[in-house]
Ligand binder design. Structure first.
Ligand code: C2E
Ligand code: MG
Ligand code: MG
Ligand code: MG
Length: 279
């Protein structure tokens, strides 16, 4: 076996690897073309507000349409784009598109719709992140209260003080911060103590097991309790069934997100949900 040195560790060489490398080269070319041609789109998924029983917030989720392969899901290109250093460019596009959309809805809907945007760790850690974000907000006229930044705990690993400064500046501007996929990884509780997080998003894996496994219900209750102590709002992700909705509502969750309410949709197809009265 030939071994290839990569970073600090060795990876075993096997025959599939050539194929995978070839695949990656093709994907990289496609991705660079997609950025050039702006082949991305944002879909929006509602977050159901348990107390008011309406939709006032949505999450923006990127979609990539490739003329040959069709729709390519984020799970197949986000990490790769991050490795290639392309997530900042893509992220700026996402932020700008979301800001424009928020302003458009501010003008055309009867209530303000807040949009949360997923930001990848390397993008968040860029020196110009805040400056570019401010420029985008000025250019689009998007007010800070219509924007939320979603990050995963990967962004908080190896904190050098830079993240704290970035968070402080976000807070000063008036943008709220959500911690995504909470409970999925190592989820250090010190994150909750050390960072100014406004919203905790419970990872879908806890929600999806809710019927069979009472431990999942205990886990969900514990996370919600923890969030309340720290004055955070809680969103449950991946709510697919009515029984999941009922169990999580009973646990005093603030927002529910998932296919039960709606899958992510293009902007114009989600608008009717802003007017809908949920029972
Ligand atoms: P996420 O931020 O945790 O987003 C939630 C994911 O769960 C979305 O997948 C959404 O379509 C899916 N989902 C929502 N409700 C349900 C449900 O009831 N059941 C199931 N099975 N799935 C549900 P999506 O759109 O494929 O995105 C996957 C991940 O890719 C996101 O996870 C996020 O980490 C990343 N991502 C998406 N868009 C962006 C983006 O614009 N920028 C960055 N940096 N990452 C993004
Ligand atoms: Mg998210
Ligand atoms: Mg998530
Ligand atoms: Mg996720």
């Amino acid at each position: 076996h030939a071994k290839e040195k990569k970073g600090n560790y060795f990876i075993e060489y096997d025959e599939n690897m050539n194929y995978r490398l070839e695949d990656q080269i093709i994907l990289e070319k496609k991705l660079r073309d997609a950025i050039k041609n702006r082949a991305f789109d944002l879909y929006y998924q509602p977050k159901y507000d348990v107390r008011s029983k309406e939709i006032r917030e949505v999450e923006a989720l990127i979609r990539w349409f490739d003329p040959v392969s069709g729709w390519i899901p984020p799970s197949e290109f986000i990490d790769f784009a991050e490795q290639l250093g392309l997530m900042s460019v893509i992220g700026e596009y996402v932020l700008e598109t979301a800001c424009k959309q928020a302003v458009y809805w501010q003008k055309t809907q009867n209530k303000n719709i807040k949009i949360s945007v997923n930001i990848s760790p390397l993008h968040l850690k860029e020196r110009n992140f805040i400056m570019n974000l401010k420029k985008i907000m000025e250019r689009t006229g998007c007010p800070a209260e219509l924007l939320e930044i979603e990050i995963t705990e990967n962004s908080l690993l190896h904190n050098t003080g830079l993240i704290e400064r970035t968070f402080d500046r976000l807070k000063k501007i008036g943008i709220s911060i959500a911690l995504d996929d909470f409970g999925k990884g190592f989820s250090s509780l010190s994150y909750l103590k050390n960072f100014p997080i406004d919203t905790l998003k419970i990872d879908q894996t806890f929600v999806m097991g809710l019927k069979e496994d009472t431990n999942d219900e205990n886990m969900v209750r514990a996370i919600i309790g923890l969030a309340k102590i720290f004055n955070m709002k809680v969103v449950a992700e991946g709510v697919e069934t009515c029984s999941e909705k009922m169990i999580i509502e009973r646990a005093d969750c603030d927002f529910l997100q998932g296919y039960f309410f709606s899958k992510p949709l293009p902007s114009h197809k989600i608008e009717h949900l802003f007017k809908k009265e949920f029972s």
